[in-house]
Every structure is written in structure tokens, then in C-alpha cells.
Design a protein around this ligand. Structure first.
Ligand SMILES: Nc1ncnc2c1ncn2[C@@H]1O[C@H](COP(=O)(O)OP(=O)(O)OP(=O)(O)O)[C@@H](O)[C@H]1O
Length: 225
């Protein structure tokens, strides 16, 4: 699905990632962990083409991202749903409209999509909050809305950047459960998190590989988490 081949990433401040190779196989579930500033968000951005590697290459659905033109990239990005760390809502629009935004942008017939949107809002438990504005939402509601928006285009891959940041434990496990459900539906899932207790909680629900960024390298974490 998504494959990083010997990827390095450098910026003005120096080399952040070095010789990173990983394959997110179809239907797999991965956690990505590591200390703050290790490069988790950067690695996610490389996976969905928001950043270009300084060396090596990123393949998505067997295509080298670097060789894709704008339209091809746009099509590819529809197959990858991203839950951003900061949610990124349009605060003047109701929650339902924010969730539906990817449909609108891609020119879908919103009348035909209405049922899809209703079902998705119910799945994340936000039916009663459809008309609220994002600033009125709690942290957990924001994260669930961000998850709904990430999957409204039925992507094959879901990349979630700290989806349980700023929510309590009950909400963290609820969000985790939603991501596990997506995986059971066949989606490839990658969650970046510094929360090791979340990773431990997932063990009884899903077979997950845990990747850790340490000293610019990506390693497979052992069972000692
Ligand atoms: N293009 C860039 N220009 C400047 N700084 C950058 C750039 N790319 C990454 N960085 C820096 O690299 C570091 C890694 O950032 P990143 O957000 O990927 O880490 P992270 O592991 O997700 O951290 P956190 O857990 O705190 O979210 C940060 O210090 C960031 O400021």
C-alpha cells in the first residue's frame, strides 16, 4: 500500500530521518511511536506526500510519489485519509459541513452522499452535534469529527497523528476502537502516538506492529512496551 524505501529527510536544522524503510501492507495495523520531536508527524507527511524525501523514495499503491503529476497526486490522496494532530476545521462551518468537505471539494453529489454522511456521523457518535461549530466541541468530539472527515471518502489507508492527544482515557479507548473497527473493515491503519498505554490497550483488540523512531532511524519495537 505505502512503502518507504531507504528514506532520508533533512531540513535546515539537519537530518531528521535516516535510512527509513517500512512497508504498510494492505489491511495492516501499525503504531508509530518515539519521543516528541523524533519525526513522527514528518514520517506521516512523507507517507501521504505532503513532504518529499531528501533521499530514497515513497511508493503509494505501487507508484513512486515523486513521479506523479498534480491530478494523479490528488487521486492518490483521496485513497489516504489523514487525521491531523491539530484537526484543522473551518470554524465558521457546522461540524457536518466540515466532515463533508472532502466530498464537496471532489465534486460529489451531496444529495446522494447525505445518507453516507448521516451514517458516518452516527458511527462516531456525533449525530446530535451536526449543527455545532468546531469551537463548541469537546476535545473528544473534535477528534471523532476529524476521524469522520478522514474516512468520508472511503480511503484504503488511514493515517492518524496523535488522535488521542488531549482526551481522557475513556475517549482514547473509544477512538482506538473506531480505528480498530476501520482496520476490521479492511483499511490499513497507522497511528502515531507517544501514548504507550494506548498501544498496550490495543494488543487485545488487534495484531499491530509497533514502529519506533529513535536517533533518526525507524525500528520495530519489541514486546517490552
Ligand atoms: N521543514 C522543517 N523545517 C523546520 N523544522 C522542521 C522541519 N521538518 C521538521 N522539523 C522539526 O523536526 C522536528 C520533528 O518534528 P515532528 O513534528 O515530525 O516530530 P514528532 O515526533 O511528530 O513530535 P511530537 O510528538 O511533538 O508531535 C521538530 O523539531 C520540527 O520542528
Amino acid at each position: 500500500m505505502i512503502e518507504l524505501e531507504d528514506v532520508g529527510y533533512s531540513y535546515g536544522g539537519g537530518e531528521l530521518l535516516s535510512n527509513v524503510s517500512v512497508k504498510l501492507a494492505p489491511g495492516s495495523f501499525h503504531f508509530l511511536t518515539g519521543p516528541s520531536g523524533a519525526g513522527k508527524t514528518t514520517l506521516l507527511k512523507l507517507c501521504y506526500g505532503a513532504l518529499t524525501p531528501s533521499s530514497g523514495r515513497v511508493l503509494a499503491f505501487d507508484a513512486d510519489m515523486r513521479g506523479l503529476d498534480r491530478d494523479q497526486m490528488a487521486l492518490l490522496r483521496r485513497r489516504i485519509g489523514v487525521v491531523h494532530q491539530d484537526c484543522r476545521f473551518l470554524d465558521h462551518l457546522p461540524v457536518a459541513d466540515n466532515i463533508a468537505l472532502p466530498l464537496v471539494v471532489s465534486g460529489r453529489d451531496m444529495l446522494r452522499e447525505a445518507e453516507n454522511l448521516r451514517e458516518l456521523m452516527s458511527w462516531v457518535g456525533l449525530s446530535a452535534r451536526a449543527d455545532a461549530r468546531p469551537p463548541e466541541l469537546s476535545g473528544g468530539e473534535r477528534q471523532r469529527a476529524a476521524l469522520a472527515r478522514a474516512v468520508i471518502m472511503s480511503p484504503d489507508v488511514v493515517l492518524a497523528d496523535e488522535p488521542t492527544g488531549n482526551v481522557d482515557w475513556d475517549m482514547s479507548t473509544r477512538l482506538l476502537h473506531l480505528l480498530v473497527e476501520l482496520n476490521r473493515m479492511g483499511k490499513t491503519v497507522l497511528i502515531a502516538t507517544h501514548d504507550l498505554s494506548l498501544i498496550r490497550a490495543a494488543k487485545s483488540q488487534v495484531q499491530a506492529r509497533v514502529l519506533r523512531i529513535s536517533n533518526r532511524r525507524l525500528q520495530l519495537a519489541g514486546a517490552d512496551l
